[in-house]
Design a protein around this ligand. Structure first.
Ligand SMILES: [Mg+2]
Length: 269
């Protein structure tokens, strides 16, 4: 599909959509500052009966704690509105009927897996699950290395190599995956963005077709690529990482480009 440029083209493409997925950092906020007008946008979508979901790959905290983080930023939402890379990971484990896992993850993440019915153990686990473990120790790495050499199945919540902070980048799940790859030669099956499962598992649950959904994001190689692969309408915004020049050079062409997410308010009328 060619990128839609006129107001009418964009309106026509969006008017019957039922679900809006939003990337967070660079799309709705930067660090701990919500962009102006975002609350109006969310209210507008709610008043039009659109389903709204906020996506993050960050698996360093549980969904409950993530909700508190988003509430602190000023977003008025429920836990059901949040999709983390943890969720398609848990769906996969449930589908595979796995019970005992070794989880490389924070205490906060562990609590979510336990609530979901999993047993976290280093005694004969059925699978290794790697998350963004900000409480990583050498002892944990040793355990995982042995499990991987024993050819235990191995999955990870998301592929991001680094996570941005005020002072600079810190190692994220992808960097821990690389470290373990150097040591064991093993690579995990990965969920989270840009894996289209991050959108499709939720659409299956809602029984809504991908063509009735929209993803709004600021990164071509994650948000927009994932949307394209899932068959969801893609909107790239310029409030984060991507510029017009980057889109011109990229093979990944969003269906719609907007300066900022709140431009949707006037389009949705
Ligand atoms: Mg982003």
């Amino acid at each position: 599909m060619e990128t839609k440029t006129t107001f009418n083209e964009i309106f026509e493409l969006l008017k019957n959509k039922k679900v809006y997925f939003f990337d967070l950092d660079g799309t709705l906020y930067l660090e701990d500052l919500l962009f102006e007008g975002i609350l109006n946008l969310i209210n507008k979508l709610k008043s039009l009966d659109k389903k709204i979901f906020f996506l993050s790959n960050n698996s360093s905290i549980s969904t409950k704690e993530y909700l508190l983080k988003l509430e602190k930023l000023g977003l008025d939402i429920n836990i059901e509105n949040i999709i983390l890379s943890t969720h398609p990971t848990i769906q996969y484990l449930k589908k595979k009927k796995v019970k005992k896992i070794y989880l490389l993850g924070t205490k906060s993440l562990q609590s979510e897996f336990i609530e979901e019915g999993f047993e976290i153990t280093d005694k004969d686990p059925e699978i290794v699950v790697l998350g963004f473990d900000k409480e990583l120790t050498y002892e944990k790495l040793v355990k995982v290395s042995y499990f991987l050499q024993d050819n235990l199945p191995y999955i990870a919540t998301h592929p991001d190599k680094v996570c941005p902070t005020r002072k600079g980048y810190i190692p994220d799940a992808g960097a821990i995956i690389s470290l373990l790859y150097e040591a064991t030669g093993k690579k995990p099956k990965i969920f989270g963005k840009p894996n289209k499962e991050m959108l499709l598992f939720k659409l299956r649950e809602l029984k809504i077709s991908p063509k009735d959904a929209v993803i709004v994001g600021d990164r071509l190689y994650t948000d927009i690529r994932m949307g394209k692969e899932a068959g969801v309408t893609t909107i790239c915004v310029f409030s984060g990482e991507t510029s017009r020049e980057m889109i011109e050079k990229s093979e990944i062409k969003p269906d719609i480009v907007l300066n900022k997410a709140t431009d949707l308010i006037k389009i949705l009328k």
